[in-house]
Each structure stands twice: as structure tokens, then as C-alpha cells.
Unconditional design. Sequence first.
Length: 125
Amino acid sequence: MSEDTPTPDAAPEGQDAPQETEALQNGIDPATLEAMAQGGDGRNIDALYNVKLDVRVVLGRSRMSIADLLELTRGSVIELDRKVGDPIDIMINDRMVARGDLVKVNGDFIGVALREIVKDFIPGN
């Protein structure tokens, strides 16, 4: 085969392989994907340790019209659908996985103490 002839698995010049492109879009780097593929029996969880996930802590929600939104200025207060002391939601990739409480850590830093893991999140429950 000549140098100019791509191998059957190769992507066209200047493009990533389809599997690699999908992995990059899903936040998995190609090296992690390769390690996962070499796991064989599917039990090699070490390959997943470096996968990055979108974690959000949701204090509450509010619904407002565009007109009200455009009137917001510095110092405006947005009323949320929760009360002080209500648990907050911990979301991973847009899926609720736990509830928790806001806590103060080292003075001014705010963290979350987990109160409950959502049952549907745990495989096999």
C-alpha cells in the first residue's frame, strides 16, 4: 500500500477517526478511550477515573418573563422555588444524583455536604 492510500480504519486527512471524534464530544480523551477498549472483560474501571463530568449544584429555580429578565440590575433579587434550609440538588450531566446541604468550609468557602444519594442513580437498586 502506498503512503497516500488510507487504511480502512483511518479517517480522511485532517479529520479524527469517528470513534475518537465521538469520544471527544462526550468529554472522553482518546487515551482513556483506548484504555477502555483494551480492558477486555469490561471490568477495568481504572480507565474511567480520568473521565470529566459536568457537576452542578442547583440551589433552586425560578421562572420569569423576558421583560422581567431584562429589568434585572446589579443587586436584583431572584426568588427561588426553595426555602432556606431545603436540600439542594447535585446534578451530574443533567441527572440528579444526590441532595445535600450547603456548609461553610475554612471560613468563607462554601461546600456541599451530601445528605442523600438518589436511589435510581445507584446501579442495581
